[in-house]
Design a protein around this ligand. Sequence first.
Ligand code: UD1
Ligand code: CA
Length: 456
Amino acid sequence: MKLSIVILAAGQGKRMYSKTPKVLHKIGGKPILQHVIETAVKLNPNRLIIIGGHGYEEVKTTIDNTFTNNSFKWVFQDKQLGTGHALMQALPYLDNDGCTLVLYGDVPLINLTTLQQMIAKYEDNLVMLTSVLDNPSGYGRVVRDDKYKISKVVEEKDATLAEKLIREVNTGFYILANKFLPEWLSKISNNNQQSEYYLTDVIAFSYSHGVLVDYVESSNVFEALGINNKIQLEQLERVYQLYLADKLLESGATLADKSRVDIRGDVTVGQDCYIDVNCILEGNVVLGNNVVLGAGSILKNVIISDGVNIKPYSIIEDAVIGEHCQVGPFSRIRPGTRLNSNVHIGNFVEVKNSTIAHASKVNHLTYIGDAEIGSSVNIGAGSVTCNYDGKNKSKTVIGNGVFIGSGTMMVAPVHIKDGGVIGAGSTITKDTPENELTVARAKQVTVTGWVKRNKS
Ligand code: UD1
Ligand code: CA
């Protein structure tokens, strides 16, 4: 069967009170529309058409940057005259036969299996997805005849008091036979409270033509919820987060509190990981086996190897952390950092664009930037790689087995060779030799009588 999918995504989303087009607001760190497209793509449609309008270029660019080399057909709906008008814009690009699945770009959590159930029910008729809500307000209501057949959908603003009591609502997902579309879409009028061309009118047309309106009732309330304002955005975000947390639990992670972890991307976990409260995981996060994430850790695009202990309130981005490292509490690991195994990074240490080899320690109050540090190095508290002269960034190389005394300034470019020891408080501006002690600081003097003389 030839399946086309049309995603309606042209609306402004006035009730969001935002300059960002509605479908680009995010759930779980991904634009709402991206969720819908990801699900749609899994159905392998013959063609996927997206109706854009409000913020067209911004929406298209965002989606094209995410789905590289896609073959989506974008259609511009200049004026957003309603969902029926929106689907009409897709008509020139649809086949004469086969069917079209309509998805709404502002309903992000639709399940793949639900859409597959709808497709399974389709037999040249109309199949719609309904949902029974405790609070149906704002949704189109599903009206049935005395034989319990669906006869039409009435929008809340056009509904009678009796119709408003109906709790079965239209989710905005339909499968329609292409052969009926040209006629039905041309017959839609805007004679209603909102003066819009309602796509939902096709349900009444189908009924009056004796074409069965079949339905699938959504088994999961959340998949049918649309986002029209910030309250709904926040509600669905929480629902989605609980769903993602459950997936982590199912794959064997231990969570201190599943309602206090936020996942904004794709996370994979090894065995026996423990995630404490208030962690935020963004982008692609890979956790090996036996990883511990301390409270309040924020990880973005990172690979954390087996046995790593991230202590509370550490921030790690675009980095690879080797096996059995310890990071934190309060460490900041910035992009381009590679820690080999058994490295310790302690509190108030910032590491940027640096590699640190096996078993080296940077435990307190230190900045390491653009550095290459060997194995079994110890960097004393309060040391700084001075990598920036105001114009250029330069590199610091520290050999294996080096001991850097506390409070050392290493003015890059500089090379501290293997086995060297640097006396505390040194400012190192030249390369230092292997296996020797180098001290670079003013000699301490005591000025006898100075205090007495200066007392008034
Ligand atoms: C629509 C349905 C309603 C259903 C609800 C489910 C109609 C008339 N009503 O109402 O029965 O219960 O969804 O969430 O269809 N859009 C366009 N172009 C337009 C108008 C809308 O692309 O000219 C897009 C919007 O961007 C949005 C989707 O269509 O993604 C739905 O439009 P919206 O205005 O939000 O419809 P609702 O009032 O929610
Ligand atoms: Ca809506």
